[in-house]
Each structure stands twice: as C-alpha cells, then as structure tokens.
Design a protein around this ligand. Sequence first.
Ligand SMILES: CC(C)(COP(=O)(O)OP(=O)(O)OC[C@H]1O[C@@H](n2cnc3c(N)ncnc32)[C@H](O)[C@@H]1OP(=O)(O)O)[C@@H](O)C(=O)NCCC(=O)NCCS
Length: 155
Amino acid sequence: MPATDTCVRNARLADAASISRITDGYAGDGIMLKRPVENIIEDIRNFFVADYRGRVIGCCAIAFYTVNLAEIRSLAVLEEFRNKGIGRLLVEKAEAVLTEEGVKEVFVLTLNPGFFGSMGFREIEKEYFPQKIWRDCTNCPKLMACDEIAMVRYL
Ligand SMILES: CC(C)(COP(=O)(O)OP(=O)(O)OC[C@H]1O[C@@H](n2cnc3c(N)ncnc32)[C@H](O)[C@@H]1OP(=O)(O)O)[C@@H](O)C(=O)NCCC(=O)NCCS
C-alpha cells in the first residue's frame, strides 16, 4: 500500500522534471494547465512531492496571495497511484504549511470538486478571489470559457 511507504516532502530542483511529467500527463486531457519545466524550477520552493521509495508519484504547490489567503495548485498523482490516499497526504501537507504561516483561507480552482469536497472544501463564486483573476486568469487561454470550479476551505 503506497500511502504507508510514501512521504510528502519539499520538492528539490532535481524533482522538477518529474513534476512536469506528472502535470503534463493531465494537461493533454485539459484537466490541468501545462506548466513548462522552467516555470516549475522558478516555483520549486512552493512545491511538495509525494515520494514513494525514491520515486516522485505526486505533487502540489502553494501560492500566497495575501497574509490570509493562499491557493493550492498543480495537484496531481500519477494515474497508477490514484485512489490510494496520496492526494489527501499532499493536501494535508500543504495545509499544514499554510496553517503554520497563519493563512486563514485556502482556495482551489478545479475540475474535480468531488475530491476537494471530501477534503472539506466548499464551492464558492470565482469572483470571490479577484486576486487570482488579476494574477493568473487574465493570461489563461481558458479565460472566456473557464470551466473550473472555485472551492474554499477555512483553516
Ligand atoms: C485529484 C487527485 C489529486 C486525488 O488524488 P488521489 O490520491 O487519487 O486521492 P485520494 O486517494 O487521496 O482521495 C482522498 C479522498 O478523496 C476521495 N476522492 C478522490 N477522488 C474523488 C472524486 N473524484 N470524487 C469524490 N471523492 C473523491 C477519496 O474517496 C478519498 O476519500 P476518503 O479519504 O474519505 O476515502 C488525483 O485523482 C489526480 O491526480 N487527478 C488528476 C489531476 C487532478 O484532477 N488534479 C486536481 C485538479 S487541481
């Protein structure tokens, strides 16, 4: 059972290519946005990875918006390791770090509301997060046809 043999740790530079492969694996289906490896390298300090016996099998990142508000993004688990509790471990790690920083509200934009619902998030209007819209959405190819659902959780 991988969850018992899996640790979630801060990502290292050497993990960037694995992270990129995992997220790209879902970009083809439009489930996630493609993140080029250079972009992941720039952001590596904000990433966590799930490490199963030395293999990176999942990832997620945090993004800070205000002292109270942050986002969990780029969450993905390799297909063959899904539904084994790895996604939960990654979200719990991200939330623990955000709580330590004093963040009060965490949001996600997702096509998978079922998973985040089971993690205690609830749906909310996207317009509740204008900071996100200013920072990322305006440059997103999906801007005018965004099908992602905004969800929030109070820490
Ligand atoms: C979403 C994702 C990260 C979840 O990771 P995972 O390791 O498969 O999920 P877990 O096994 O940790 O599931 C945790 C809980 O969520 C539930 N869950 C998982 N997917 C679910 C879904 N689609 N609908 C409802 N509940 C779901 C599980 O039943 C489990 O509940 P439990 O702990 O009460 O048993 C993974 O499925 C994935 O990589 N999906 C593709 C990329 C993606 O959609 N990323 C998120 C968008 S930002």
